[in-house]
Write a new protein. Structure first.
Length: 333
């Protein structure tokens, strides 16, 4: 296991035991998970202490949308603003979401924390998801997975593990059960891979890949192969998490992967055994500037093990995987 992060010993032992128990039993672990937190991540406690809702920038953020229009129209405008991938667009989207929530015209409420999450307001999204799931524990595997991502953002790995346990305990019992179980296994793989437990990450990713084709969900079956391919790409990535100078032959290499909305490609330029440039071609709509930020992080670190952009996790992972596919061609035999 890699030791890039520092954890309290008792917290890590409880976390590991909970994962083993969950994996062996196929359900919620009997032993509660204590907090296991990475010291290298931002502090959730400090972020929540500094959080003000609404935040000070609300007064400086002008919105032209008429909130007298119904939520079914407002939510489309919010998604358009998020798709801009700019701070201004994100803040306008968050403000509109807040205003609709204040007038109690926001559907069943699941989109409130979701849009905070997609806008990168992770400290705000965390308690919003907690509140939503307390009220609707049976509603939405996606909400649990987003909350687990929020906890991972702050290095709260124990809380992320607990959330994934709850997600599996509350998967629907209808035709969506299999695909939701696959989604949770994918979430476990992400958590364990981030912690450096590649063996268990592989097991969960492999389980997700096997489950997706078995789903009998009433619609969206054409997307299941794409989901399985995305998880398979993560499995492949575990084989090449870091790069060493001199491993790569000079040249330009192309790789592709599946983003949130479709294929995404990366052209990698290698000089003197190092990644010199990465160019991303994509059609992603809500990406939080990941096509610029992720290549920059890879080049700076000379590694594929970089943090994803919270709120654009799928796009971030696709960029990393496409880079991996390109660099496989460059790797010296």
């Amino acid at each position: 296991m890699e030791h890039r992060i520092l954890l309290r010993a008792s917290g890590w032992v409880a976390f590991a035991l909970s994962v083993v128990a969950w994996s062996a039993g196929g359900g919620l672990a009997a032993e509660p998970v204590r907090s296991a937190r990475s010291a290298s991540k931002p502090s959730l406690k400090e972020a929540l202490a500094a959080l003000k809702t609404p935040p000070p920038w609300f007064e400086r953020t002008a919105v032209s949308w008429d909130t007298a229009r119904p939520w079914k129209e407002g939510r489309i405008e919010i998604r358009r603003l998020l798709a801009l991938g700019t701070q201004a667009g994100n803040r306008q989207a968050v403000k509109l979401t807040w205003l609709y929530r204040q007038k109690k015209d926001i559907g069943n409420g699941h989109e409130y924390p979701m849009y905070l999450f997609l806008a990168g307001e992770i400290a705000w999204a965390t308690p919003a998801y907690e509140e939503y799931l307390r009220a609707h524990p049976e509603r939405g595997t996606h909400a649990y997975l987003d909350l687990a991502s929020c906890y991972r953002h702050f290095g709260e790995y124990g809380k992320a593990a607990e959330t994934l346990q709850r997600a599996m305990a509350n998967v629907p019992t209808d035709a969506w059960r299999v695909s939701c179980e696959a989604n949770v296994h994918d979430g476990w793989g992400d958590l364990l891979a981030e912690k450096g437990d590649k063996k268990q990450a592989r097991e969960h990713y492999a389980k997700a890949v096997a489950l997706y084709p078995q789903s009998k969900q009433p619609y969206g079956r054409h997307l299941l192969a794409r989901r399985a391919a995305k998880v398979q790409a993560k499995l492949d990535m575990l084989e090449m998490a870091s790069l060493r100078p001199g491993d790569l032959a000079a040249g330009r290499y192309a790789g592709t992967s599946l983003g949130y909305t479709g294929p995404l490609s990366v052209t990698a330029t290698v000089r003197s055994g190092r990644i010199a440039d990465l160019q991303v071609q994509h059609k992603e709509k809500i990406h939080q500037n990941a096509p610029t930020i992720i290549p920059r992080r890879i080049i700076q670190a000379q590694s594929l093990k970089v943090d994803a952009i919270t709120g654009a996790t799928v796009t971030s992972q696709a960029i990393v995987d496409a880079t991996f596919q390109a660099l496989k061609k460059a790797r010296r035999k």
